[in-house]
Design a protein around this ligand. Structure first.
Ligand code: AMP
Ligand code: GLY
Length: 426
């Protein structure tokens, strides 16, 4: 088969790495890809959001199957346009990607289908939003409705901060049209975990568990990021909690979306808060997490391609995915300045030799570019170092030993990725 992966981050590098290993894959392309992905796939100079360009490329290159990594093209209807053109594609339609594209849609959907989530209200007017905040308990959570690259959520400890977040979104238009509507919701307390299911429109297959580290600093301090590291399995997602999430969230969501005429296919990623009252949904994403995908791909023993195709074809029911018992752990190297404006163009050396030939360690490129054979930082999250080990401590040791062989004075990473799992003997 001739396959195209859409995207350019660490997630897409991990997907390309897994797909390239499939005996079903005859030719692999990635749009736009990155210098690390270029080792696995032919990179095509098309932006992930260039829907007409990608459709035209697929026709010209006779692509059999497209795997869409990031949320923007999904919400923008890339899968719809590809399927209309007769090209099979993995991922939700725009109508189904509303589970990620509109937080308000998802909250109302959860209310219609009794899916446990934080209490909320939707607002299109700043004054009404402020009046509501004044009556609520603190902290309170203010969220832009649409896609805001992970920056649209404010946890406000004071009414003044909540009001400022409302003004920033609605008056200052910090998130453009994505912030024209807001969701204001109850603050949930507990531990966060990521739950992934592969969905084919009517059937959902849970994937291995994972947990990421959202905050930029050691000890989970500082501002939120897209994820500074991840590991799988996540010991906090016990079999009992997995069953509960499948029964109370994932299956009702899949059934509800089908019943509402928006059948969901692709990856359904539930961001969970494990509260004293049981797991609650923080948000849905409609794609693999990044860097959670990197650790899932390292643990996956089965061929990923038949699974992605079965999700698209609606034949997931008979599929079984097998996972390594080992723990996989990924450390993200970010450019100084992240999650604010990152320093660009600094050189990263020593990537080639950093794994020291150890097959259980993989380096995934996220935000890099190549110039005259040199690898330069070109984004916030730049490199992911992922390792497999018999337990979380072993995987962590291997990952940091590799990180320490990378020569990049202008980058940084957290030094405690996996601390929860290690503390639990995972
Ligand atoms: P989201 O973009 O909705 O995943 O939110 C980003 C982060 O904000 C989450 O990963 C949580 O850490 C935090 N968050 C979002 N909503 C809530 C909530 N209702 N209660 C507590 N924390 C939240
Ligand atoms: N790691 C969080 C995300 O992909 O949204």
């Amino acid at each position: 088969m001739r396959i195209l992966v859409v995207g350019s981050g660490g997630r897409e590098h991990a997907l390309c790495w897994a797909i390239a290993a499939s005996p079903l894959c005859d030719a692999l392309f990635c749009a736009p890809g990155n210098p690390g992905i270029a080792a696995e796939a032919s990179c095509v100079a098309l932006a992930a959001t260039d829907v007409p360009g990608i459709v035209a490329f697929c026709k010209a290159e006779k692509i059999d199957f497209v795997v869409v990594g990031p949320e923007q093209p999904l919400v923008g209807g890339l899968v719809d346009r590809l399927e209309e053109a007769g090209i099979a594609a993995f991922g939700p339609t725009a109508a189904a990607a509303a589970l990620e594209g509109s937080k308000g849609f998802t909250k109302d959907f959860c209310a219609r289908h009794a899916i446990p989530t934080a209490a909320y209200r939707r607002f299109a007017d700043a004054d009404a939003a402020k009046e509501y905040v004044a009556t609520q308990r603190l902290p309170i959570v203010v969220k832009a409705d649409g896609l805001a690259a992970g920056k649209g959520v404010t946890i406000a400890q004071t009414i003044a901060k909540a009001n400022a977040a409302i003004d920033e979104a609605m008056v200052g238009q910090r998130f453009g049209s994505a912030g024209a509507e807001l969701v204001i919701e109850e603050f949930l307390e507990g531990e966060e975990a990521s739950f992934f299911a592969l969905v084919d429109g009517s059937f959902a297959l849970p994937l291995a568990s994972a947990q990421d580290h959202k905050q930029v600093g050691d000890g989970d301090t500082g501002p939120n990021t897209g994820g500074m590291g991840a590991y799988s399995p996540a010991p906090c997602l016990t079999p009992a909690i997995t069953d509960e999430v499948m029964a109370r969230m994932i299956r009702p969501t899949v059934a509800g979306m089908a019943a509402e005429g928006r059948p969901f296919k692709g990856i359904l990623y539930a961001g969970l808060m494990l509260t004293a009252e049981g797991p609650k949904l923080i948000e849905y994403n409609t794609r693999f997490g990044d860097p959670e995908c990197q650790v899932l791909m390292l643990r996956l023993k089965s061929d990923i391609l038949p699974a992605l195709i079965a999700a698209r074809d609606g034949t997931l029911k008979n599929l079984d995915l097998r996972w390594r018992d080992d723990t996989a752990l990924c450390v993200v190297l970010a450019a100084k300045g992240y999650p604010g404006e990152p320093l660009r163009g600094t050189e990263i050396k020593g990537l080639g030799a950093a794994t020291a030939g150890d097959q259980s360690v993989q380096i995934f490129h996220a935000g890099t570019r190549e110039e005259n054979g040199r690898i330069l930082a070109d984004g916030g999250r730049v490199i992911g170092v992922a390792a497999l080990g018999t337990d979380a401590a072993t995987a962590q040791g291997k990952a940091y030993a590799t990180v320490d062989r990378i020569d990049w004075p202008d980058g940084f990473c957290r030094r405690d990725i996996g601390w929860r799992a290690i503390g639990r003997g995972g």
